[in-house]
Write a protein that binds this ligand. Structure first.
Ligand code: NDP
Ligand code: ZN
Length: 351
């Protein structure tokens, strides 16, 4: 079969592979729509270490092609939504973790692209199908469902980590698709003031639609200074969904005592996260710094799909580009990689 992936760091293209085979608990999925992600481009440039001949992609909705003999809930032909994090539910430690993302080791549950070939292929493999696949609900479009598997799940997780309360002032740093979903999630959780940080005009427009009350630019001077001035002392909660090592420092500074700094950003191996003791209240100011990964498994996705089905959110506003045809994968990947000014999130329909 054919897939699009990284042959080595900074070298992407078509890769020929054997079609994967389902073990007893697994399924093989034929994707019908996928989405490239910032994490795919990070990975292709070596952001998570060297990988060779690895098909990229970890976001997909598709049709079950085959299942292992122990799979009971799914059968060939079923339309399914696949979380980007697919835990091994038998791994030691996974069941008492908060997100199920680190099954046998850190990021252990991030299997698609992380540890095996991903979703940018004619077929891909999903472990523990019964616990990791969700049926596509009636009334939810495949592209809306596709937004749950990483964008909504990760953005909303930033909000969960931040424990957003009614009326709070929440800062969301980054208004790519993850930050935009964090804004929408913070609004759903009852945040009062939502200050978003970013510059791309299209994303700013969507940020306002999802509930941002103010937008500031990191190009207009240090973000922490701007936030402290606007809020007269700092935000209640700061969610990091973009930026670099300096953004981390700025986020901690911009959050007042008793606040929570919640990170879902993917810092690069080369980033340094520096923090002066004073910025962290000399270690005694109850500024809680948290960082986490997209939660895994089917229950999470079922809950996010319910938010769409019952009209609480329309995540398709973050889709800025739609491609049709498997052969469009390189173009969609390049668009993601180059980050065109009007880009938020591309999707690729395989038909
Ligand atoms: P994007 O690249 O689309 O968006 C990044 C945002 O950060 C943009 O709004 C950009 O601004 C802003 N930004 C860039 N530089 C700075 C800076 N120096 N200071 C402040 N803001 C800045 O990313 P995504 O939304 O796709 O993803 C966000 C992050 O989340 C990525 O690192 C991604 O890899 C990670 N991620 C993490 C996951 C997890 O499980 N924890 C899962 C999936 C993704 P501008 O508007 O100017 O472009
Ligand atoms: Zn992703």
């Amino acid at each position: 079969m054919r897939g699009f992936g990284m042959r080595k760091i900074n070298d992407v293209g078509w890769i020929e592979k054997e079609k994967p085979v389902a073990g007893p608990l697994d399924a093989i999925i034929k994707p019908t729509i996928i989405a490239p992600c910032s994490s795919d481009t990070h990975t292709a440039h070596g952001g998570s270490g060297p990988k060779v001949d690895r098909i990229l992609g970890h976001e997909a909705v598709g049709i079950v092609d085959s299942v292992g003999e122990l799979v009971t809930r799914f059968a060939p032909g079923d339309y399914v939504v696949v979380p980007c994090v697919t835990p091994d539910w038998l791994a030691p430690g996974v069941q008492n973790s908060r997100t199920f993302s680190h099954d046998a080791k850190p990021f252990g549950s991030f299997k698609l692209m992380g540890q095996k070939d991903g979703t940018m292929a004619e077929f891909f493999h999903v472990n523990h199908a019964d616990a990791n696949l969700s049926p596509l609900p009636a009334g939810v479009s495949p592209e809306a469902a596709l937004m749950t598997v990483d964008m909504m799940s990760t953005g909303f997780h930033g909000v969960e980590l931040a424990e957003v309360q009614y009326g709070e002032t929440v800062v969301v740093i980054g208004i790519g698709p993850i930050g935009l979903m964090a804004i929408a999630g913070a609004a759903l959780k009852g945040a009062g003031r939502i200050i978003a940080v970013g510059t791309r005009p299209k994303a700013i427009e969507v940020a306002r639609e999802y509930g941002a009350t103010e937008i500031i630019s990191y190009k207009d001077g240090p973000v922490d200074k701007q936030i402290i001035e606007l809020t007269h002392g700092g935000a209640d909660k700061t969610i990091i969904a973009g930026g670099n090592g300096e953004t981390y420092t700025a986020a901690v500074r911009a959050t007042h005592a008793n606040g929570i700094i919640s990170n879902v950003n993917y810092f690069d191996c080369a980033d340094q996260l520096n923090l002066a003791a004073l910025d962290w209240g000399l270690g005694m100011a109850d500024k809680d710094i948290r960082g986490s990964f997209c939660p895994g498994g089917a229950t999470r996705i079922n809950q996010l799909l319910a938010l769409i089905k019952y009209g609480r959110i329309d995540p398709t506003q973050i889709i800025s580009h739609r491609f049709h045809g498997f052969d469009k994968l390189p173009e969609a990947f390049e668009l993601m990689d180059k980050k065109a000014p009007d880009l938020i999130k591309p999707v690729v329909y395989f038909d």
